[in-house]
Ligand binder design. Structure first.
Ligand code: ACO
Length: 159
């Protein structure tokens, strides 16, 4: 995919007549039950290239001041080409338009690449939810050969 193609990717809210892109969502969060629990309160946005969904992110208000990106995912073929960064900036813009003061994202303690990306776009680590992935998921999760245990919570001021 060239830079020109990336530039032509568009992001819009998932339409009501479209199916929920579970395959993509499950790449970021392996529990369908957990996904369904936050979809109830969320807005789903999709990234499209030539009318095909290649990425998704999910925005869920936490309270009147904060909104959380509960899930962000790009299909394997289009990863590491800038789509994730474009979606994160799209989320920042929407958070600002909706007058939220901060935006939150959480990821596993083993997710080194994701932690790099989130800090690169301006998130700062603000807390750790100890044993989150042990307490909230039915099966142990492994990434990069290491058990995922804690959730690293990152926050960015909306500006
Ligand atoms: N491992 C290593 N580096 C990474 C990773 C990774 N998993 N993801 C992104 N990066 C780096 C890229 O190499 C790039 O580095 P550079 O700017 O120095 O060249 C930078 O981060 C920006 O990457 P993008 O291309 O903008 O990100 P991408 O389009 O690949 O999307 C995403 C990132 C969404 C994490 C994607 O890799 C993905 O779908 N992964 C599988 C699902 C997942 O882990 N989702 C996040 C879980 S946490 C949550 O959902 C809240």
């Amino acid at each position: 995919m060239s830079k020109h193609q990336i530039a032509s990717a568009s992001i819009r809210r998932l339409r009501i007549d479209e199916g929920i892109p579970y395959a993509l969502l499950l790449e970021a969060d392996p529990s369908r039950d957990v996904i369904d629990s936050y979809l109830e309160c969320s807005e789903i946005y999709v990234a499209l290239l030539d009318d095909i969904i290649i990425g998704v992110y999910v925005l869920c208000p936490v309270n009147s001041e904060a909104v959380e990106i509960k899930n962000i995912s790009v299909d394997d073929e289009h990863q590491k080409k800038g789509i994730g960064t474009i979606m994160l900036h799209d989320a920042f813009r929407r958070a600002k338009e909706s007058h939220f003061k901060k935006i939150i994202i959480g990821t596993g303690d083993t997710s080194v690449g994701q932690l790099y990306l989130y800090q690169k776009v301006g998130f700062d680590i603000t807390s750790i939810k100890k044993n989150f992935f042990i307490d909230n998921y039915p099966e142990p999760l492994y990434e990069n050969g290491v058990q995922v245990r804690h959730m690293i919570v990152l926050t960015k001021k909306v500006e």
